[in-house]
Design a protein around this ligand. Structure first.
Ligand SMILES: [Fe+2]
Ligand SMILES: [Fe+2]
Length: 339
């Protein structure tokens, strides 16, 4: 009697591998792509934790761009000349654009813009703590451009080589515009520094207030940075917080000298052995307090953002109605249903 085949045949050498093997192969392919510096694109398989890390980082970056419009927008109506006003309007508008590129990049990971904005408005996602400080004088516009946009560039240039394609490509354009922002701030401070004694004092006061918060923009010291190691292994992050902070200090010290302004740190010293500038201790307690929502402007920034979103509802509705009417000829509306 011929043996009857078993009801369920064991998996042979055919094309269908067991699911756990497929998952392992997908992970291997992903790891190899990251190691070979090949970009990961939206349709490629990626580990859930990689996707979640990117969503969090890109969303917080996008939120920072749009909240970052507020401190400077405060000075548009009071800019001292038509030229300064035109420059500042262009700069603030650029920041809105950066927010839009970044929300679009986050959407490629399968999360909607509505959901991301909701996370910002409900306080579930953060934005850069620097934007919780007030802009007290016109010189603050210069200090923000020189120091805050300067720190942003130092942080963001390495992100142009980030392993996730849409984020890396957005950063290339953003960095070009940030470079203009940094220069306009530097030029503004130079004009004030070389102006009347009162203007010089105003520039110095702005630098005194913005220097330390700018150093905090690089995040906590390496030893306390919870996401750093994994982000570096995935080629999302290329340098540690402390490395980038050091790079920024080394760039700023000679620039401050040219500006004729001092940096408010009596411990700044050239370290011949390290080939870098040593700086004094950073007040991490202040940083943590601002992160907890206890900075000078946290409540005001978030309330203004919520109000802008509420008051802009009719624009979103009109745009959606227009897109629905002209959708066939003019493309589909951007959003989860349009992808
Ligand atoms: Fe920006
Ligand atoms: Fe900027």
């Amino acid at each position: 009697m011929a043996p009857t085949p078993p009801a369920t045949a064991p998996a042979g050498p055919g094309p269908a591998a067991p699911p756990q093997d497929e998952a392992r192969q997908a992970l291997d392919r992903f790891d190899r792509a990251v190691a070979a510096e090949t970009r990961i694109e939206p349709r490629d398989w990626m580990p859930d934790a990689y996707r979640a890390t990117l969503v969090r980082q890109i969303a917080q970056h996008a939120h920072s761009e749009i909240i970052g419009m507020q401190p400077e927008a405060n000075w548009i109506t009071r800019a001292p000349s038509l030229r300064r006003k035109a420059i500042l309007i262009a700069k603030v508008q650029d920041e809105a654009g950066h927010g839009l590129y970044l929300y679009s990049a986050a959407e490629t990971l399968g999360v909607s813009r509505e959901e991301l904005l909701d996370r910002l408005h409900s306080g579930r996602q953060k934005y850069s703590s620097i934007f919780n400080y007030p802009t007290l004088t016109w010189a603050d516009v210069g200090a923000i451009g020189w120091l805050v946009d300067g720190a942003a560039i130092t942080n963001q240039v390495p992100l142009c080589r980030c392993s996730y394609g849409p984020y890396a490509r957005a950063m290339v354009r953003i960095c070009k515009e940030e470079s203009f922002h940094q220069r306009q701030g530097y030029e503004l401070l130079l004009a004030l520094s070389r102006g009347t004694p009162a203007q010089h004092a105003m520039a110095q006061d702005a630098v005194n207030r913005w220097w330390w918060p700018s150093l905090m923009m690089f995040g906590p010291p390496d030893a306390e940075s919870e996401h750093s190691a994994r982000s570096m292994a995935w080629n999302i992050k290329r340098h540690s917080n402390d490395e980038l902070r050091q790079r920024f200090v080394d760039i700023c010290v000679p620039q401050a000298e040219t500006l004729g302004l001092t940096l408010p740190d009596p411990e700044l010293r050239w370290n011949e052995e390290r080939g870098h500038w040593d700086h004094g201790p950073i007040d991490w307690e202040e940083f943590r307090a601002v992160l907890r929502g206890q900075g000078p402007c946290n409540a005001q920034r978030l309330e203004q953002r919520r109000r802008a979103h509420r008051e802009g509802a009719w624009v979103r509705e009109a745009a959606a109605a227009y897109a629905a009417r002209h959708g066939a000829g003019g493309g589909t509306p951007a959003g989860p249903e349009g992808r």
